[in-house]
Design a binder for this molecule. Structure first.
Ligand SMILES: *Cc1c(COP(=O)(O)O)cnc(C)c1O
Length: 470
């Protein structure tokens, strides 16, 4: 030794030495030998690189084990982990859209744990059809002759176009050539479905005579698309579904109505804006209607196709159907969700989507007032925290113009010269909590819209952690 100490590289502990340390043994006990070794190697590699570039000195076995253990803890957190959605958007596509009712959660869990009568007819003891689990409910709730179900509404539109108009033309108004978030564009879906898009009318006005002029020997179907996520206003004309249905019938071509969100009940009775119901579309005479399971309906991701029995039978025979089918977990959740609609009086308390959409603003304001002191304490003295009135949105392209009066806690830097970085930093601190809190930055503040905050206790526990970390 005598002054000629080994180089820092040579002084680094071996993998074995780190494994033998107290935290090293803990890492093995919790994550297994293989993952612990990989994490320790990763740490040691990083340290060697840092020593070579002179950015770090040295580290003992316990310190290396500690960093490796932290890495393992971080990697073990689920990527799809629960968060608080305080964005003010109730059906947030990036945060998983509808929250399922407890009844659906229980049904899904039971279907995961035990064998279920999925394609099995319990009355006869013979093979059954998986879609019959929800078909009768859908027929009952929509007034349609028949119903079938696929993975999501994008799939529903794709398979309907492919079944009814493959190699033929599909006629759509230019005002309805929608793009829904996540690259669902009607013209692209049509191309993949193997149907030729025939655009008619103009962006703001399409008349019945435009449809009539476009119908010919090659027409596969007429399509009506609900402009879920935008409105064309001003000098506009769109043809009512009933007139379109009559025209389609006269020419012997089917009318398909893609409702998108679609809802099974008139939401105006719950004080939310009016969105066309599936039953309305069926009654207006559409031959097939398509809609989503996880938007306003408030269930799991799914795509419904309801309408004429002969057309539903053709969809079911399409080989694509097998590639789009639902698994037992979702079917169980869906059945439980749809059953709640049989009791409309209690729907609003049992269906989280509806409960959150119609949550009284007074209740949200009271929650904001209760939480304000704890939040102010947690973010520290450099920030001002206040309760402000705000507007929540429905989300998922549903009822784009409907906004709901709500209340938010607004966190803003006291220093008026503070940069936008300060807000990004505070947002990042909230995102790094054990249950990440997702808010939004608007008007120079980090805003937490409390409409969707139901687990107040857990949120408070998170605030305490935030304070500790500051
Ligand atoms: C949302 C929407 C779709 C896509 O539905 P997903 O269930 O998200 O696949 C299709 N068409 C319209 C009109 C929509 O609003």
């Amino acid at each position: 030794m005598n002054g000629t100490a080994a180089s820092p590289l040579a002084r680094l502990p071996s993998v074995d030495q780190v494994l033998q340390s107290q935290t090293g043994r803990l890492a093995v006990a919790e994550y297994g030998h293989r993952q612990a070794v990989a994490a320790i190697r990763h740490e040691l590699d990083g340290l060697r690189a840092a020593i070579r570039t002179g950015t770090s000195g040295e580290a003992g076995a316990e310190a290396v084990a500690h960093s490796a253990y932290q890495g393992l803890v971080g990697a073990a957190l689920p990527r799809a982990r629960r968060v608080f959605n305080l964005t003010g958007t109730v059906l947030h596509t990036n945060l998983g859209r509808a929250l399922l009712p407890e009844e659906a959660v229980e049904a899904a869990a039971a279907a995961m744990r035990s064998p279920v009568a999925l394609e099995y007819d319990l009355s006869t003891g013979s093979r059954g059809e998986r879609d019959t689990i929800v078909r009768d409910l859908l027929v009952q709730l929509t007034g349609a002759e028949d119903a079938t179900i696929v993975n999501n509404n994008a799939a529903a539109v794709l398979i309907v176009l492919n079944t009814l108009a493959f190699g033929k033309e599909s006629i759509v108004s230019r005002g309805e050539l929608i793009e829904i978030g996540g690259a669902f564009r009607m013209p692209d879906i049509m191309a993949r479905a193997g149907t030729r898009l025939v655009e008619i009318g103009t962006t703001n006005r399409t008349h019945l005579k435009d449809y009539e002029a476009a119908i010919g020997a090659d027409t596969g179907l007429l399509m009506k698309v609900h402009t879920s996520n935008y409105r064309i206003e001003g000098f506009t004309t769109a043809v009512p579904a009933a007139d379109l249905a009559a025209l389609a019938r006269r020419h012997g071509v089917p009318l398909v109505d893609d409702l998108g969100s679609g809802t099974l009940v008139d939401l105006s009775q719950y004080g939310i804006g009016r969105e066309p119901t599936v039953a309305d579309a069926v009654r207006a005479g559409a031959d097939l209607v398509t809609f989503s399971g996880d938007k306003l309906l408030g269930g799991p991701q799914a795509g419904f196709i309801v309408g004429r029995r002969d057309l539903v039978a053709r969809v079911n025979k399409n080989p694509m159907k097998r590639a789009m089918r639902l698994d037992k977990i979702r079917l169980a959740a869906l059945e439980a969700t749809l059953k709640l609609y049989l009791d409309p009086e209690r729907l609003a308390e049992r269906l989280p989507t509806l409960r959150l959409l119609r949550r009284p603003v007074g209740e949200i304001e009271a929650l904001a007032a209760r939480l304000l002191p704890a939040l102010a304490q947690a973010v520290g003295p450099e920030f001002d925290v206040s309760t402000i009135a705000c507007m929540s949105q429905v989300g998922s392209g549903s009822l784009p113009q409907e906004t709901l009066r709500s209340a938010a806690l607004a966190v803003s830097p006291l220093d008026p010269r503070a940069s936008g970085q300060v807000l990004s930093d505070i947002a990042a601190r909230f995102r790094s909590l054990p249950v990440p809190v997702i808010g939004r930055i608007a008007d120079g503040a980090f805003m937490l819209d409390l409409r969707c905050l139901e687990d107040e206790e857990r949120f408070r526990a998170g605030l305490a952690r935030l304070e500790g970390a500051a």
